[in-house]
Design a protein around this ligand. Sequence first.
Ligand code: SF4
Length: 315
Amino acid sequence: MAFKILLANTRGFCAGVERAIGVVQRALEKFGAERVYVLHEVVHNKHVVADLVAKGVHLVEELSEIPEPSSKVVIFSAHGVGLETIAQAQALGLTIIDATCPLVKRIHHKVVRAANAQMDVVIIGHDGHREVLGTVGQYEGPKDKIHVILTPEDVANLTLPTGEHQAMFATQTTLSIDETAKTVAALKTKFPLIEGPKSDDTCYATQNRQAAVKLLAQHCELVLIAGSQNSSNSRRLSEVAAQYGTTSYLINDASALTDDMLKHVTTVGVSAGASVPEYIVQDILTALQARGATSIEPIGDIQRHITFAWPEGLD
Ligand code: SF4
C-alpha cells in the first residue's frame, strides 16, 4: 500500500478561531480559571475544547449554570450570541468577554440595521447552528419577519414583501460557496429588489479552504479532512471534495483512519477545517506515513496570516 500525500497549503486555523482560543487563554491568565466560563464550545473542535477544559475553563450551555455570576467572567463563543443572551448576561452581573468572530459581528450589524428599518431578513444557513441562532437573535421585531432558509427549494416556499428597502438577506459564514450561489440566485430571481451582498457572506477562510479542497479533489482519489462532526466549515470541505469527484472522509483525528479508507489509492489529499489545530494534521500525516505514504507534497496557494484585534476587556 504505497501512496503519496498532497497537503493543502491553505488549511486549519482561521483568524477568528485563533482569536477565540487566544481570548480564552488571555482570560485565564487575567482572571484565573475559577472565574472563567465559556458559553457553548468556543469553536467547534473536540480537541480544542478538551485542551481548554484541561486548563480549567468551565464550559456551560446556559448562563443560569454559572454559580455566583456577579463574580464570574463569561466568554461568548466565536459563533456569536443573540441580543437576549447579552441582556441576560448583563442582568446576571457577569463580566462579558465577546469572542464572536469580527466577520460574524459584521453580519450582526447588518441584521440590526435591517430590523431598525423594519425590513424582512432572510438568513441563508443551517437552522439551529450556533452562528445562525446568534444572527437571528440580532433581530428585534416581529419574529415572522426573519426567515432561515438553505436551499433553492426553500426559496420557492418563501413569502416576502417585494417593494424597495423591504427585505434583505445575509448568509452563514461557513456555507458551501457553490450551493449558496444557487440559493442566492433563486432568491434574487424571485425577489429582484431584495438587498444583500453581491454573492454571499461566506468568509475568506471558508472561500480559500474550499478552493484548496477543489484543487486536492482534482489530483487525488481520496481527500481526508480533519475536523469535528459538528464543525460546519469542516463538513463543507468534505462535501466539496465529494462533489468534485473524490471519496472524502471527515475525521476527528488520526485514530479515525482505517486501512479500508486507503485501499487502492495512489494519491491522498489532506486538509483541515478552520477550527482544527495543526498538531492534529501532523498526527494524521504521521499515521499515513506509517501506513505506506512515501512523500508529502504541499499544494495550492500559501495562506496569508490574518489577525483580528482583541475584544474589549482583553485589549
Ligand atoms: S470560519 Fe470565518 S467567520 Fe468563522 S471564525 Fe473563522 S474567519 Fe471567522
